[in-house]
Design a binder for this molecule. Structure first.
Ligand SMILES: Nc1ncnc2c1ncn2[C@@H]1O[C@H](COP(=O)(O)OP(=O)(O)O)[C@@H](O)[C@H]1O
Ligand SMILES: [Mg+2]
Length: 259
């Protein structure tokens, strides 16, 4: 449970200005072979938008196309209206996009503090300590762990650190690839309900990919459903929950989709 004081703390740490994101008929894949096809999605400033879909549906590939890790074969990506298609990943980061990959999201041999400092790699060195303090205000639980090695953290703590690490650059858009993968259901709820919510409270726009459709709908303004590399449905959580096709195919009749 979040207390009013905690939420106030996170809101007080709000500095980011949310960016808008739009893909237009984006087709991306590996070695010239498309995996996701003609994806058109949009995220307005400050929104939390999710992409749900089964394992192998192309969720990670879509995010990697957006942040410049996989090849965009056709279509385009626009950040605050500017075409950023084919830009290098580091340039995308400089433009204010923080990307938390599904795996390898922290440096396990380094401490929590060192991970945060590394996250500030584009900052002037003199600005890093204040920014670390700011991130520790957003995620106060990390403060107790600053000298612990990231490899010693629990799965949920590690995801919190991965989010803190991208917050070091004050991102205007945070792109999260399945932050609850391989976490126990209770921990997964904490990651979505508390950590992702705190991230959104900084003012950053959030695009989040999840297999746990039911849990992520609860924190989303809007959701896209991806299957077989294509967008099959989109809507607000209320609209999707009212669709029997969505409920039967993606909410699995009461169980969180994808476990
Ligand atoms: N590096 C890669 N090279 C070739 N194919 C890949 C690569 N990564 C993923 N794929 C293929 O792309 C498809 C979608 O994978 P992915 O985007 O990881 O789906 P999801 O994140 O929804 O589970 C899968 O069929 C997978 O085998
Ligand atoms: Mg994935």
């Amino acid at each position: 449970m979040r207390t009013a004081q905690e939420i106030g703390g996170a809101a007080a740490a709000r500095t980011a200005r949310g960016a808008s994101l739009r893909t237009e008929s984006l087709t991306a894949g590996y070695g010239g072979s498309p995996i996701v096809h003609e994806i058109s999605i949009s995220v307005a400033p400050g929104e939390v938008v999710s992409v749900v879909g089964p394992n192998g549906s192309g969720k990670s590939t879509l995010l990697k196309g957006i942040v410049g890790i996989v090849e965009v074969l056709s279509g385009s990506v626009h950040l605050d209206g500017a075409d950023v298609t084919h830009r290098a990943t580091e340039e995308i980061a400089r433009l204010g996009v923080g990307y938390v990959p599904q795996v390898d999201d922290v440096f396990a041999p380094l401490t929590v503090a060192e991970n945060l400092e590394m996250g500030g790699y584009l900052l002037k060195p003199k600005d890093v300590p204040a920014r670390v303090e700011h991130v520790l205000d957003v995620f106060p639980q990390l403060r107790r762990m600053v000298s612990r090695r990231a490899g010693k953290l629990s799965g949920g703590e590690r995801k919190m650190l991965a989010m803190g690490r991208v917050l070091m650059l004050e991102p205007a858009l945070v792109v999260l690839d399945e932050p609850t993968a391989n976490l126990a259901p209770q921990i997964a709820h904490t990651v979505l309900d508390e950590h992702v919510r705190r991230l959104a409270l900084t003012g950053a726009t959030v695009l989040i990919v999840e297999q746990r459709a039911r849990a992520v709908l609860a924190i989303s303004d809007r959701t896209y459903v991806l299957a077989g590399g294509r967008v099959r449905m989109e809507g607000t959580p209320a609209e999707l929950s009212a669709s029997s096709e969505f409920v039967e195919s993606f909410l699995g009749g009461g169980q969180p989709a994808g476990g």
